[in-house]
Design a protein around this ligand. Sequence first.
Ligand SMILES: Cc1cc2nc3c(=O)[nH]c(=O)nc-3n(C[C@H](O)[C@H](O)[C@H](O)COP(=O)(O)O)c2cc1C
Length: 190
Amino acid sequence: MQLKDLIFRTRSYRRFDGAHNVSYPALESLIGLARLSASAANRQPLKYLLYNEPEDCEMIFPSIAWAAYLTEWHGPIRGERPTGYIIILGDKSITESFSVDHGIAAQSIMLGATEIGLGGCMIASIKREELRKTLNIPDRFEILLILALGKPVENIIVDRVKGNDIKYWRDEKSNHHVPKRSLDELILKL
Ligand SMILES: Cc1cc2nc3c(=O)[nH]c(=O)nc-3n(C[C@H](O)[C@H](O)[C@H](O)COP(=O)(O)O)c2cc1C
């Protein structure tokens, strides 16, 4: 796949085929991509928790907030929930400042997921203390991001931003529309 295609197809998917299990080796292979990604001062302070067992996925799900703009939708229903999770942690024994490392690692992982037929969503809206207790995450680790993964079952359409409306939305056929600003708006000429 060409890089542009890969990026185009790496959308934020929030509905999955609940019958498709994300394998543990697949999750490990995605961490193999994060491992090779850039890191401020090459400190590599990120650690990863991987989950693909249904009981674990069920425990993690309540700590996540989905799609704030879709006020009528309260997240994926049973049968359409993620079947794998990667939780990105910052190891405070290495540094207190994780810079943008987790964003870079997350994008490497999401691109890799697309390449192997998976998809998912980066989640920063997390009930962190609840999740820490549920998964027994020691205080030494900061909970930075959750990557919710699975085999996507939703159709996502990339639109142009109209006016200044950047909110994603769903049409009557449940297609998810995500507006992107135009190149002209992004590239400044001062
Ligand atoms: C740092 C970060 C945090 C995000 N947190 C959430 C979240 O908590 N819940 C959610 O449903 N989506 C979350 N998203 C997904 C964004 O809503 C999504 O990237 C945006 O709507 C654009 O869609 P696209 O990824 O398909 O381009 C997050 C994305 C990023 C980059």
